[in-house]
Design a protein around this ligand. Structure first.
Ligand code: ZN
Length: 398
């Protein structure tokens, strides 16, 4: 496939942390790609020879977004529920069952086509890595096929059989937890890298969540938790206790929750295998449910590693746009543009415990975005504007 030089880059975000700048911004830079990986980064004045060349025209280039939390395997939509909510009805999470019904009724081909459409939509908006959860099947067969289809699109597949207790188990949640930990996990695990639980009032309590996550861990899966979205609760501390890669939502946190996350933090993930628990914030959910946003400043000031993701799903956050989440994080959660861009790239990689994406340094995957803008600041400064000029995924222009 030969080498490819991206040169005339006005502003290159590398996330290499050089000189104390987490974004590792370089001006007037060039970047060489070989075999789908970044082979060299340096000044545009001294570009190495290459077979082909892309002229960035002085624009900003950054790592492709890493969307570490998305629910893409589903059928139908819930636009009417959204409209009702905007007219004043509260969000309870109960609408998940509506999507479960539609998903069970869909064919494999229909589900696959739906994932393909959303994955393409994400790529156009600069997302080059995405985590995909199951969780709208909630039977042994439907969870397994959801993950089998998800695995056609990403390495980061997550078993979320514990999304909600399905209607047929409504009065016997213990039996459902038994199913999740037994035959459902056995059928899902071959296609899953992660296990996740919706630990929330109305979904799974802390004992059920602990049991399911422990079973998943025993089956070799890494842990992630939907925690503290709708109210205070035990999910965040459970996640930290179990060594979760990420606890997601983090909207309602106590001081003890923040302390637990901060205590889990190490900055060593840039150079070695990470061991901390990331707080993944999903501002699209607060936007779409008209709810108070998480306090990102409190987490950042405490030293917690923060990621941003879309939570793309048909009920509470039907956006696939990481630039939109960056803009929300800056405007509504008081993150600086630099913090938000880091969280949407390197932060997402940390939440997936990956060191090959979310950065543009020699050896990393050549996943990058060329903006129609001179600086990454425009992602928040010009919200809603299609600023993604070109996306390279594994070094290949898309
Ligand atoms: Zn979610």
């Amino acid at each position: 496939m030969g080498s490819l030089l991206v040169d005339n880059i006005g502003e290159l975000v590398t996330n290499d942390g050089r000189g104390g700048d987490p974004l590792g911004v370089r001006r007037d830079a060039a970047l060489l790609i070989e075999d789908g990986q970044v082979a060299w980064v340096g000044p545009a004045r001294y570009p190495p020879a290459a077979d082909r060349r892309i002229d960035a025209g002085g624009a900003a280039v950054l790592p492709g977004f890493v969307d570490s939390h998305a629910h893409l395997v589903f059928a139908g939509d819930r636009a009417a529920e959204f409209a009702a909510r905007m007219a004043g009805e509260p969000y309870t999470g109960g609408g998940i069952r509506t999507t479960v019904g539609a998903t069970r009724a869909a064919s494999d081909d229909d589900l696959r086509a739906a994932v393909r459409r959303l994955r393409a939509e994400m790529l156009r908006q600069g997302t080059t890595t995405v985590e995909i959860k199951s969780g709208y099947g909630l039977t042994v067969a439907d969870e397994a096929r959801s993950l089998r289809i998800a695995a056609e699109f990403t390495e980061d597949t997550t078993f979320l059989g514990a999304h909600v207790v399905p209607a047929e188990y409504a009065d016997r949640p213990d039996d459902y937890v038994g199913l999740v930990c037994g035959p459902m996990l056995a059928a899902a695990a071959p296609y899953a890298r992660w296990v996740d639980v919706f630990c929330e009032r109305g979904a799974f309590d802390v004992d059920h969540a602990r049991a399911i996550l422990a079973c998943g861990q025993a089956a070799g899966l890494g842990v992630r938790v939907h925690a503290n979205q709708l109210g205070p609760g035990p999910g965040v501390q459970l996640g930290v206790e179990l060594g979760a890669a990420s606890v997601d939502h983090c909207t309602h946190l106590s001081d003890a929750d923040v302390d637990a996350l901060a205590g889990s933090t190490t900055t060593e993930w840039l150079s070695g295998p990470p061991t901390n628990t990331v707080a993944t914030l999903l501002p699209g959910a607060e936007f779409s449910t008209r709810s108070p946003y998480p306090d990102a400043r409190r987490l950042l000031d405490a030293g917690v590693t923060v990621a941003l993701a879309t939570d793309c799903n048909p009920g509470s956050s039907y956006t696939s746009s990481m630039p939109f989440c960056v803009a929300l994080a800056v405007r509504e959660m008081r993150m600086t543009p630099a913090e938000a861009v880091w969280a949407a790239t390197a932060g997402g990689a940390a939440a997936l415990r990956r060191t090959d994406v979310g950065r543009l340094t020699p050896g990393s995957r050549a996943d990058l975005v060329i903006l129609d803008a001179p600086t990454y600041l425009h992602l928040a400064y010009r919200p809603g504007v299609p600023l993604i000029r070109q996306v390279l995924h594994n070094g290949v222009p898309r």
